[in-house]
Design a protein around this ligand. Structure first.
Ligand SMILES: NC(=O)c1ccc[n+]([C@@H]2O[C@H](COP(=O)([O-])OP(=O)(O)OC[C@H]3O[C@@H](n4cnc5c(N)ncnc54)[C@H](OP(=O)(O)O)[C@@H]3O)[C@@H](O)[C@H]2O)c1
Length: 259
């Protein structure tokens, strides 16, 4: 992918799922990686070993993003691994399944907004400050979700966090364009990961979902990695403030009866 080789990229939430898929694709493209995790030490060691086998230089950092006052130190540590960063992928997130009725005091709502919205806001801001101080351009990719655009039962907290992340993507792109810092969003549809595959890969469940997708199948973590590589690369130097929806056509179709 144009201009990616040698780029230094921090990926949050690289210990499983989409983040691990992104790490492998970026390693294959010649990036050097700072891989973040929170609790899954085995998962991040697996990702680390795989990206090293692909020839990438890499390092691992731990941080719990609920500790918002630790985020600027965390970004500074990540920045110092390769003496600078060219890209930040805000991928870490929690998928909270609960209705508003079951969360009347907003505890899950607040936790979800902290990890999925405030943490990326602060990490991107610290990244942008460092780029501006170094007089270097930068590229940010926020992993949002189709739930930012269209949602369903149980996802009021999650959908609010992702719609907020879409909005911050646009607002920060506007703020930082003058410094050569691009901010884009990736909005995946349904991508089976370790956390969800036991349910999503049941044949009846898979049929129910995939019949509704014009592409007729789930997405893969590798495809999300490829889209991320594109957004970080020089192929998208004129792209900022955009949300790239990759969902097999799920939300384009609308909720019409199947024909
Ligand atoms: N899979 C999908 O279908 C789908 C669709 C649309 C959007 N997304 C988005 O994709 C991103 C990755 O999700 P995934 O599906 O790949 O799930 P996942 O495998 O559960 O990955 C979540 C990642 O976020 C990290 N994380 C969770 N809580 C954290 C916290 N408090 N502090 C720091 N890191 C934390 C996890 O770290 P540890 O495990 O190390 O604690 C893990 O690396 C999320 O933002 C999600 O909203 C996923």
């Amino acid at each position: 992918m144009k201009g990616l080789k040698g780029k230094r990229v921090l990926i949050t939430g690289a210990s499983s799922g989409i983040g691990a898929g992104m790490a492998k694709v970026l390693a294959r493209e010649g990036c050097h990686l700072v891989l973040h995790y929170n609790t899954n030490a085995k998962g991040i060691q697996d990702t680390f070993a795989e990206v090293q086998a692909l020839g990438a230089k890499a390092d691992v950092l731990q941080c719990d993003f609920r500790q918002l006052d630790e985020l600027s130190d965390f970004l500074e540590q990540a920045w110092s691994v390769f003496d600078g960063l060219d890209g930040l992928v805000n991928n870490a997130g929690i998928v909270t399944k609960s209705t508003s009725i079951n969360d009347p005091f907003g505890k899950q709502f607040a936790d979800t907004l902290t990890v999925n919205l405030q943490a990326p806001y602060q990490l991107s801001t610290a990244f942008a400050q460092a780029c501006i101080a170094a007089e270097k351009p930068g590229a940010i990719v926020n992993n949002t979700s189709i739930h930012g655009q269209a949602t369903c039962e149980w996802f009021s907290a999650y959908a609010a966090s992702k719609a907020g992340l879409d909005a911050i993507t646009k607002a920060q792109a506007v703020e930082w364009g003058r410094y050569g810092i691009r901010v884009n969003g990736l909005a995946p549809g349904v991508v089976p990961v370790e956390r969800t595959e036991a349910i999503l890969l049941k044949p009846d469940m898979e049929k129910k979902w995939c019949d509704r997708m014009p592409a007729g199948r789930y997405g893969t973590t590798e495809e999300m990695g490829e889209a991320t590589a594109y957004l970080l690369s020089d192929a998208t130097l004129w792209m900022t403030g955009s949300i790239l929806t990759i969902d097999g056509g799920l939300i384009a179709r609308g909720n019409y009866p199947l024909r």
